[in-house]
Write a protein that binds this ligand. Structure first.
Ligand SMILES: [Zn+2]
Ligand SMILES: [Zn+2]
Ligand SMILES: [Zn+2]
Length: 273
């Protein structure tokens, strides 16, 4: 009934459901099998075909402008060429004169300056080949986690140079300097903004869905108990999935997963609860 994700063969018993009629269930979640998008979600944004001249999609264009995962749009604006999403690149900066955008030279087809500037030391575009996917589960989970960190760290680097905006009230994101002007915000106080989003600078978690889940230390143990939730740690779903599949726990998430906390034994539960 809600977006809570849990990795493990039994769901947890932690009462945090806020979905429809959760009151009737004492906030217990109702578990079904998850899909890949529950583990790694990539929020969509509008594609800008000319970010300098036309940085903001307006309301009337909402159904004609393509949407794509924001992380892909970020790569496109940083220099990635995808035939399906062409974009204007310039070798010289454009100038704004009395509100009009003026280009001083016209060889605007490709922009090697910007591309060189961002080519950085992003690791190569290695991907998992299908034959690699048939191997050992632990090896596979290590590779998945490595790729995920490459993507996340790379996107963080790009976000230092290319701005990404998110709405302060809802999860909408837009890659580009200003956010768009499509009136589709339904979150708090949108009537005061005429449906416009309240744009602010985004963080990595706005473009890569982390879907934090409770960390399960003992895969074969009983379901996580509501009474013990203060002893449990959390991790992004993809990290938890890979760790349960045998990958080592990444340093970055050790403290969040609360490995240092000793959780009480089953027979001590009643004492602390
Ligand atoms: Zn729920
Ligand atoms: Zn490959
Ligand atoms: Zn919004």
């Amino acid at each position: 009934f809600c977006s809570e994700v849990h990795v493990g063969h039994v769901g947890h018993e932690i009462r945090t459901c806020t979905g429809p009629r959760s009151g009737l269930r004492n906030a217990m979640h109702v578990w079904t099998n998850g899909k890949v998008v529950d583990v790694v979600g990539f929020p969509l944004c509008f594609h800008l075909d000319d970010r300098a001249k036309k940085p903001r999609v307006v309301h009337d264009e909402r159904s004609t402008v393509k949407r794509l995962p924001a992380i892909v749009e970020l790569c496109i604006q940083a220099g990635l060429d995808l035939p399906k999403y062409p974009t204007m690149r310039r070798t010289r900066p454009v100038h704004s004169i009395e509100g009009r955008i003026v280009e001083f030279d016209d060889d605007s087809a490709s922009n090697n300056d910007i591309r060189d500037e961002v080519s950085m030391d992003l690791p190569g575009s290695e991907c998992l080949d299908s034959e690699e996917l048939t191997g050992d589960i632990t090896e596979l989970s290590i590779k998945i986690l490595e790729s995920w960190f490459i993507m996340k760290n790379g996107a963080e680097e790009l976000m230092k140079k290319f701005s990404v905006q998110t709405c302060g009230y809802c999860p909408e994101v837009q890659v580009g300097p200003k956010g768009h002007k499509v009136r589709m915000c339904k979150a708090a106080k949108h009537q005061f903004r005429d449906g416009l989003h309240a744009w602010q600078e985004a963080t990595i978690e706005d473009i890569i869905g982390m879907n934090y889940v409770w960390h399960v230390r003992d895969r074969d143990g009983p379901a996580l108990r509501n009474e013990l939730k203060r002893y449990y740690g959390k991790a992004p779903a993809v990290v938890e999935l890979c760790v349960q599949a045998g990958a080592p726990i990444p340093d970055e998430f050790r403290s969040m997963m609360r490995l240092d906390v000793v959780s009480p034994d089953r027979d001590e539960v009643d004492l602390v609860a």
